[in-house]
Design a protein around this ligand. Structure first.
Ligand code: ADP
Length: 508
């Protein structure tokens, strides 16, 4: 099991790791990666990437636009052409390349984790975990390469019907800044296992670790044009990829708002296949038969991990009225103890928000929470003057009609609501346009399963929160997404099924 968010991960440190984290790492790759070469953008433009802990610019990156997307799509199309070096590889040879890439990521784990911590402010231990998960995803999908096949089907006499699973073609992928490296592996793994070629547009806030990963893909031996990375802004480079007529499929992870634009772009262009992993307002239900201290600890990590900037953050905590006050007391203690600061410091549990806009957005919701009458238990303010740090914030007496209980905050803000009955809490948990994650803590198997079956959510965690596995489908109900990533279902996103019917000239 991997954990997007767990009680034990963000605090797991060892001496080895402390010595290796490198905040002064040299950023080597800042250009667009097409055909296995790093090149400048056609326009010559660059954009800055900032360290959110210091607000200093750490790199100027080539800014891709429509012209660069066109170049990358052309390269990916050529690499996908019939009888190209990539198409001529045996499936098992594709697997070997993915395994090599995984080995190189493992070799350069510290470099990748250090770059990621620099660009998105994730505590180094979390970034290191993310790189380990990247290795697991690449190895998992490497194993699929030579196990993708169709079937022979029952048919009328004298006819043989069989299906073939074929790669969908050139795949466009647009990713966010909060888990840039692992989310890339979650998209490259199945696409490459299926035999597709890819163009990835990373988030403008965090393109650097992905460009390093692109360099590793060349070292692993992927033929030119199979993997392309075009950094740039969403409305320009991202939109050009989503609209491109030669892109057969687009996979997107990000906000609901942009997810809707991606679907429109797909519909307006070539009806490319679309998979979306979007936001959430995940309910976490805590019954009165649990150990309150442990429950508060699990709920604490479930929201404050990576400063609340995770799609499955448990941002609505429903606590049974019998333990409500004790739960608030323990949650407050934990929030006050949570060490916020330099993400390279091994004692740090929470780094900054990724950028000014995301910081402002969280602060806006905090002020709305106060105005609408929620009780501010702790936090609610900026920490320090430099960097986008926010103190872990808890609101109690939150009601379902309040904005902080309805909208995705993407910040370190825990909203705690009170409930009494199963029926009531199911209704309230489902009263949202989202449906990505949900959790329940109880020692009663009947309660756990009743809730797990009734909640409208792609993933449900029982007596834990945030565990994901390479093998288990992950995605959203309702406006939290379309399609599933991870596991065999993730692979299906990159495959077409062809039916071949053969009329036999002689029957047995
Ligand atoms: P977040 O709120 O997490 O930053 P976004 O949905 O804004 O999420 O961004 C996720 C990814 O989508 C980023 O790579 C961003 O550049 C890209 N993006 C933003 N706007 C568009 C757009 N109009 N078309 C395509 N991609 C976009």
């Amino acid at each position: 099991m991997l954990y997007y968010c767990s009680t034990n991960r963000s605090v797991t440190l060892n001496l080895n790791l402390i010595i290796m984290a490198n905040p002064n790492i040299n950023i080597k790759y800042t250009q667009i990666f097409i055909n296995n070469e790093f090149v400048n953008s056609v326009s010559g433009k660059k954009f800055p990437v900032q360290n959110p802990s210091t607000e200093k610019i750490i790199a100027q990156v080539a800014e891709g636009d429509k012209a660069d997307i066109d170049k990358a799509v052309k390269a990916a199309k050529t690499a996908f052409a019939r009888a190209s070096p990539w198409r001529k590889l045996k499936p098992s040879e594709r697997g070997v390349l993915l395994l090599k890439l995984a080995d190189l990521v493992e070799r350069d784990k510290t470099i990748l984790a250090s770059i990621e911590t620099l660009e998105n402010g994730k505590p180094f231990s979390g970034a290191e975990w993310e790189i380990s998960a990247t290795v697991e995803f690449l190895r998992y999908y490497a194993g699929w390469c030579d196990k993708i096949h169709g079937s022979t089907l029952p048919s009328d006499d004298g006819t043989v019907v069989m299906t073939r699973k074929e790669p969908i073609g050139v795949a466009g992928q647009i990713t966010p800044w909060n888990g840039p490296v692992v989310i890339t592996a979650i998209k490259w793994g199945p696409a490459l296992a299926a035999g597709c070629t890819v163009i990835l547009k990373p988030a403008e806030q965090a393109p650097l670790a992905i460009l390093y990963l692109a360099a590793l893909s060349k070292e692993a031996g992927f033929p030119p044009g199979v993997i392309n990375v075009v950094p740039g802004y969403g409305p320009t480079a991202g939109a050009a990829l989503a609209e491109h007529p030669d892109v057969a499929k687009i996979a997107f992870t990000g906000s609901v708002e942009v997810g809707k634009k991606i679907m429109v772009a797909a519909g307006n262009s070539n009806l490319k296949r679309v998979s979306l992993e979007l936001g959430g307002k995940s309910p976490f239900v805590i019954f009165d038969d649990v150990n309150v201290e442990e429950a508060a600890q699990i709920a604490h990590e479930a929201i404050f991990n990576y400063s609340g900037q995770i799609c499955i953050a448990a941002s609505r905590v429903y606590v049974h009225s019998k333990i409500y006050d004790a739960f608030i007391k323990k949650s407050k203690e934990l929030a006050i103890q949570r060490k916020v600061g330099d993400p390279f410091d091994p004692k740090t549990m929470q780094g900054p928000q990724v950028e000014q806009d995301i910081f402002d957005r969280a602060m806006k919701y905090i002020s709305i929470g106060k105005k609408e009458g929620a009780t501010l238990v702790t936090g609610g303010e900026r920490q320090g003057n430099v960097g986008y740090f926010i103190k872990p914030t808890i609101f109690s007496d939150v009601t379902d009609d309040m904005t902080i209980a309805k909208e995705e905050i993407f910040g370190p803000v825990q909203s705690i609501l009170k409930f009494d009955t199963m029926e009531d809490v199911i209704k309230r948990a489902n009263n949202t346009t989202y449906g990505l994650g949900a959790g329940v803590l109880t020692n009663d198997i009947n309660k756990a399963l009743t809730f797990a079956q009734a909640v409208e959510s792609g993933s449900v965690w029982v007596n834990q929160y945030g565990a994901v596995s390479t093998t288990a489908p992950f995605g959203g109900y309702k406006q939290s997404g379309i399609g599933r990533e991870f596991g065999a279902e993730g692979l299906e996103q990159y495959l077409e099924t062809k039916t071949i019917s053969i009329k036999l000239t002689e029957s047995a």
